[in-house]
Design a protein around this ligand. Structure first.
Ligand code: ACO
Length: 329
């Protein structure tokens, strides 16, 4: 086994066709465009069609990333999907994506780490490539959060959207390495402030409890807000410190897109100028594991990612989980 460098070779993103505005939501729950925009920065979100599953969203983003990387799906040795909304509890969405890509040789699996999912799978794939065991990996953050949103609960349903983002990571020849560092963490003691309580072994959904809504995503908004700001800021500061860099060395920060007020508070805590912080939550809402790779793709398409561009990705999600990673493109 020979240790290898890792580089980002391609990116892709996909959002379902249907766009739902805040005004549209105001027709189904007691809310307003003004409330949603002021508290969250969200204007609209994409919602998947009935029958359009998480793996379908993932495959669209994956195809674009493979084309961008100029790699055939058959050449992938590793496929990892991060999602909290799998097509089904079992078999894993990674394998479903693999089948739809007509790949028959890759190791494929899914990771469930909430909104931190993409940062986690970047770390996993980068580590597996760096170890010398793999050369070509596809990582995808994909979510159909509309399937777990309670459309009668205005405190949560206005926050989420559906979408997918993908990246291809490849081994580099020689000394070149685009994975500069990471800081990952989790604290399961807070698992019940942001979760879907029912549907697993601890609280099966039954005919009797179905109407209690345990199958929907539930959240203690203000607690999540405070923990998210602190965890993301601390994680970002740690990764910079460990890499011997400061925010001045970073070209772009891509924070998890949950809420513009969380993003601004994190930016302030780490002392990064606003123009370096990418925000698109206004157009997608919170797409959980998909927010960072969708943003990454948009930045590539806008021509803001060149050879040598340094990007800090930082996320926070249910679990609780958090993580920051630093890449050089
Ligand atoms: N429309 C109108 N009014 C609403 C809505 C809504 N959609 N939702 C709540 N309200 C009301 C509440 O009922 C409350 O009314 P009351 O004062 O009469 O009781 C009032 O607005 C204030 O409610 P709060 O919960 O105190 O509002 P807050 O300012 O905390 O904002 C929010 C709520 C936006 C959820 C905020 O707490 C937040 O951003 N938390 C972080 C949540 C988040 O981003 N989670 C994402 C993580 S999930 C993940 O990443 C997978």
């Amino acid at each position: 086994m020979k240790f290898q460098g890792v580089k980002l070779s391609g990116t892709g993103a996909y959002a379902p066709e249907k766009v739902v505005t805040n005004d549209d939501l105001a027709k189904i729950v007691d809310t307003s465009d003004e409330w949603i925009q002021t508290r969250t920065g969200i204007r609209e979100r994409h919602i998947a069609a009935e029958g359009e599953n998480t793996s379908d969203l993932a495959v669209e983003a994956a195809r674009e990333a493979l084309e961008d990387a100029n790699i055939a799906a058959q050449d992938l040795e590793l496929i990892i999907v991060a999602t909290l909304t799998p097509d089904k509890p079992f078999a894993n969405t990674g394998s479903l994506v693999q089948a739809k890509l007509d790949n028959t040789k890759a190791m494929a699996f899914s990771v469930e780490a909430g909104c931190t999912g993409f940062v986690y799978i970047y770390e996993i794939a980068a580590g597996m490539i760096a170890s010398g065991l793999y050369k070509n990996a596809l990582i995808v953050g994909a979510e159909k959060l509309s399937s777990v949103a309670n459309w009668e609960d205005r405190t949560t349903c206005v926050l989420f959207g559906d979408g997918a983002g993908a990246a291809v990571l490849t081994a580099t020849a020689g000394e070149e390495n685009g994975y500069l560092g990471s800081n990952m963490g989790s604290d399961g003691n807070y698992s019940d402030i942001l979760h879907i309580p029912g549907g697993g072994t601890s609280l099966p959904i039954t005919v009797e409890n179905y109407h209690e809504g345990h199958q929907f995503l539930q959240m203690k908004g203000q607690e999540v807000f405070k923990l998210a700001v602190n965890a993301m800021a601390n994680s970002a500061k740690s990764v910079l410190e460990e890499a011997g860099l400061t925010v001045d060395d970073i070209d772009i920060v891509i924070p998890h897109q949950a809420n513009v007020r969380i993003i601004n508070a994190v930016g302030k805590k780490i002392g990064v100028p606003e123009d370096k912080v990418y925000i698109n939550v206004d157009r997608y809402g919170n797409t959980s594991a998909a927010t960072i790779p969708i943003a990454l793709r948009e930045l590539v398409e806008a021509g803001r990612v060149q050879k040598g561009t340094k990007i800090l990705m930082v996320a926070f999600g249910g679990g609780l989980t958090w993580g920051a990673s630093l890449i050089e493109c």
